[in-house]
Design a binder for this molecule. Structure first.
Ligand code: ADP
Length: 165
């Protein structure tokens, strides 16, 4: 029986697709660690790791008793060992995610056979929601308020004044 699962990603920024996966995963795992991946040497995201962690924390405040938010760098399987987690959650959208996610799952199994990868799908409402697209649309003045939590929408508007709706 798995108790602690890690949901890792860049979350730059977290979207309602990601949040949907976390909430579904809470129905399967006792504790979820949302792990924001970052490389301190090459911080290239729109938001810093600290900003991303803060936004995830606020968006999941109502389930904070079972969800913790952290940042990590290096190999995910090493991080899982450090925090004693035996499951990795990944979200799958279209077929296009599959090839990359399958490769990663196989590599992680090769590196640590004790950590199992679980794939979950979000609601169809978020099938096409991706952080990259959300940022692009917001930067061009499109309305993404339905695709991200309020804390992220405020942050996007602050970065891109055109994103205001
Ligand atoms: P992205 O920039 O593609 O949103 P992340 O690295 O932040 O990617 O995503 C972390 C995990 O969440 C990945 O497994 C990714 O496939 C998954 N994911 C991202 N958006 C969604 C969504 N809308 N529905 C389901 N899974 C998602």
């Amino acid at each position: 029986m798995n108790r602690k699962a890690v949901y890792a990603g860049s979350f730059d920024p977290i979207t309602k697709g990601h949040l949907d996966i976390v909430r579904r995963a809470l129905g399967v795992f006792h504790e979820i660690v949302v792990a924001v991946a970052h490389n301190p040497a090459t911080e290239t995201g729109l938001f810093t790791a600290a900003e991303r962690v803060a936004m995830v924390t606020e968006a999941l405040a109502d389930v904070h008793d079972r969800v913790t938010v952290d940042a990590f760098d290096g190999l995910l399987v090493h991080y899982c060992d450090r925090i004693n987690a035996d499951a990795i959650i990944r979200g799958l959208r279209a077929v296009s995610d599959f090839e990359y996610e399958f490769q990663m799952a196989m590599m992680n199994r090769h590196l640590n056979s004790h950590v199992e990868t679980y794939f979950m799908t979000a609601s169809e409402a978020y099938f096409y929601t991706a952080s990259r697209l959300v940022k692009e649309v917001a930067s061009l003045g499109g309305d993404v308020s339905g695709l991200v939590p309020p804390v992220v929408h405020r942050a996007l508007v602050a970065k891109f004044p055109r994103a205001r709706t």
